[in-house]
Design a protein around this ligand. Structure first.
Ligand code: SF4
Ligand code: SF4
Length: 468
């Protein structure tokens, strides 16, 4: 064997890999059938929704905001803090179970109809590509010539502009629309950190939609990999009816009436597939249920005067036996579990305190030794007022009994739906640090009936002078 002999894999590894391991670029042909048009309206409604969700407000808050810096998630008017462990856990489990249920019933309907990757790729980036470079054949020609012509450069320039728009949409979910607006309207020099985040996100978006493309679905997204666990043989999938289609054979004029199966082996279902697979080989991990093969095959069936639906929505069981079965244990158990989880979530949300108090250490030196043998600790108390009215919070030291406090702002005013941080200096006798475990307990309350206690460790010198 020569040094450069390429060992061929015994079977297909990936639909987008050539035998030598290089990328097989897909230039799918477009099939504009009924499903394509239905998905078009859904896609553009979703693009509008994805753009507006971080801008629209509910209860004075964005519909969705994942504020990592403040460790807060806002969903439909409710803010979840990092301390809302139970609520966050219920929310995550509820979402996961809903994904399980939808997948068990409707297969990868999310991937084909609603995932931003598919929606933007198929209804924004590819239409721009076809408009500038022409159809799949002309794109293939450009690939083969290898030249980066003017049209391809123009396409990349437009892709960068669209990617910048998407990057802004994406970032609005993480930094909030108001912050993003200041980044967009201000000079990059004033917000160089924000500008850098925006530039990097734009580059990532461009790399995804211009270069990585279907690889995101095939190799990067974990959802497709879980499909074998989440689907069962009764789930609705895009499937080829092998009982009707096989044995496949090319259509020839002399074969009238036609013998064999309905599949005329025209390959249309393959050339339209955005992940490069052949649906006739059965359910595959790469299939994102985009319905392009249904549209393509139906148009062929129509042309040759055969009933449509050789490729259609159906279950594996239905394709094999002709029978449909909807009810099965998971279809009953998932909704019950979802009801229970979301019921618990709503109950706990209703009971949740409308103020969140977080205790933080003061900035600077850990403690200060004062005249008269006393030790001072500076503590910060952050109060999040989640109600729509301005409130004032009283801070009182409960323990240690021998301690006293200096609180410059008591009560602490906190405007509606805002946070404020108050500073408290706790002064305690140095003897308190003779034994480890010195701590302070504060009571924070307001006139609307809210009261809570928070605890924090106190620092000071032990008998030997070391910090304790
Ligand atoms: S097999 Fe059909 S439904 Fe699946 S990704 Fe390819 S074209 Fe879309
Ligand atoms: S488009 Fe239909 S007829 Fe043509 S190869 Fe695919 S399944 Fe067969």
């Amino acid at each position: 064997m020569s040094e450069h002999t390429i060992l061929e894999a015994p079977e297909r590894v990936l639909s987008t890999l050539n035998k030598d391991g290089s990328r097989r670029w897909l230039r799918p042909r477009l099939s504009k059938g009924p499903f394509y048009h239905q998905r078009f309206w859904v896609a553009w409604a979703l693009i509008l929704l994805f753009t507006l969700v971080p801008i629209l407000r509910m209860n004075g808050k964005p519909l969705m905001l994942f504020d990592l810096a403040a460790r807060e998630f806002t969903l439909f008017g409710s803010t979840f803090h990092a301390t809302d462990t139970l609520l966050l856990m219920l929310l995550m489990v509820g979402i996961l179970l809903s994904v399980f249920l939808v997948t068990a019933l409707l297969g990868r309907v999310w991937c084909g109809w609603a995932c931003p990757q598919t929606v933007y790729m198929e209804y924004l980036f590819r239409p721009i590509e076809r408009l500038i470079e022409g159809d799949h054949l002309s794109q293939h020609e450009m690939d083969q010539s290898g030249a980066m012509g003017g049209r391809r450069l123009l396409k990349q320039a437009i892709f960068i502009i669209v990617s910048a728009f998407l990057a802004n949409t994406f970032l609005a979910y993480w930094v909030g629309w108001d912050t993003l607006l200041t980044w967009i309207t201000g000079s990059p020099l004033e917000h160089w950190g924000g500008f850098l985040v925006m530039a990097i996100t734009t580059v990532l978006m461009f790399a995804d939609f211009a270069w990585f493309r279907e690889q995101t679905c095939i190799v990067a997204c974990p959802y497709g990999r879980f499909q074998s666990v989440l689907l069962d043989k009764h789930s609705l999938i895009v499937a080829y009816d092998a009982r009707r289609g096989e044995p496949r054979a090319k259509l020839r004029k002399e074969d009238t009436p036609r013998a064999g199966g309905a599949c005329v082996d025209c390959n249309h279902c393959v050339v339209v597939c955005p992940t490069g697979i052949d649906i006739r080989e059965g359910l595959q991990m790469e299939c994102i249920h985009c319905t392009q093969c249904i549209d393509a095959c139906d148009s062929i069936m129509e042309r040759i005067g055969q009933p449509k639906g050789l490729i259609r929505y159906g279950s594996q069981h239905e394709m094999a036996s002709g029978e449909r079965r909807f009810l099965r244990p998971r279809v009953l158990l998932y909704p019950l579990a979802i009801l229970l989880i979301f019921g618990l979530l709503v109950y706990n949300l209703a009971r949740r305190e409308d103020s969140v108090v977080t205790i933080l250490r003061g900035l600077g030196t850990p403690y200060s030794e004062m005249a008269g043998g006393e030790v001072g600790n500076t503590i910060r108390i952050k109060v999040d007022n989640q109600r729509g009215v301005d409130r004032a919070y009283w801070i009182r030291l409960v323990e240690p009994a021998q301690g006293r406090t200096i609180i410059p702002s008591n009560p602490l005013p906190v405007p509606a739906k805002s946070m404020a941080t108050g500073t408290v200096v706790v002064i305690v006798p140095a003897e308190l640090f003779a034994r480890p475990g010195a701590a302070a307990i504060f009571e924070v309350s307001d006139s609307l009936g809210f009261t809570t206690r928070v605890r924090t460790a106190l620092l000071g010198p032990d008998a030997a002078g070391a910090t304790r």
